[in-house]
Design a protein. Sequence first.
Length: 378
Amino acid sequence: MHRTLPVDSSPVRDLLALTSRPEVISFAGGLPAPELFDLDAMRAAYDVALQDRSVLQYAPTEGNASLRALVSARLTSRGLPTSDVLVTTGSQQALTLVATALLEPGAVVAVEEPTYLAALQCFQMAGARIVPVASDAEGLDPAALREVVERERPALLYLVPTFANPTGRTLSAPRRAAVAALAEEHDFWIVEDDPYGELRYRGTPVAPIAAASDRVLYLGSFSKIGAPGMRLGWLRAPADLLRAVTIVKQAADLHTSTVDQAAAAVYLSHNDLDAHIARLCVEYGARRDAMIAALPATVPDGTTWSDPDGGMFVWLRLPGDADSAELLREALRHDVAFVPGAPFFATTPDPATFRMSFTANTPAEIAEGMQRLAKVLR
């Protein structure tokens, strides 16, 4: 009997294909701003890397040794002691490899509701049964998690605890401690997906959950702080599990792009990434502020929205029984776009929700886009 993967075309995906029209101001994709890429330094890094012909050759599955050491040192300096990582083709591949290594068909995966759409798709393709856990303005509710854990016995819990996709929320330090304690008590894995954690525009950083428990698999990425086109991510995990996931990766693609890893290692060795991130935070913080300031005049009375301290996203809920997917069709006729919220829910969607990203547009473009959106929503 053949297994057919549960992958369907999405009406939302088909609609968002229209956002490629140049006249559309898109708040849809979680994209970094291309004008803020560190282009000259990246070009120089590739020039240096390509002086060694071996960067065009096959390479070890684990990844470039220099890059792994640099990433490990950077994580350690940020309060997450790390001896080694597996380099992956974006953190999305890390998630897929973890799902392949840990999940049998029918295994239970707990997720915050709502959560990252591509993670839901990954777990669905692994044949897992996805169980949602309630959340609020502080993120995942530990009491709701305990009830789910005791009832469903999940194999793992998936979280984006810092500036979550899609909500922008950050899980508070006390809740992180409670979640880590539950993982220790009930022996399940936590997958901590952290692509946005360094993009903080106000407030004090919160330590990763991985700093408090060995039951945490930590996923990181160069995509939001460097360039997504390089497709570089990493997995930090206990040594035994890291070896197992490396074998899965070897079967999947042998290794991540050798030349991109080498260029990233040169870039990290010769440039001040912290200074570059600081520039991103200034620019993105201004864009976040522009979007938040424009919201009261853009959305109808009774709308609620998140107020993120960092990251890329604002999460909104319209009053009553609004359907954001239908509103998107109208918005595209006004040359503005967002992402309807329903696909971010594991079980029962809330069609009145939607996600907007502020990073890829300047404050002036955001102001114009919000004026267009007001014609649809108000």
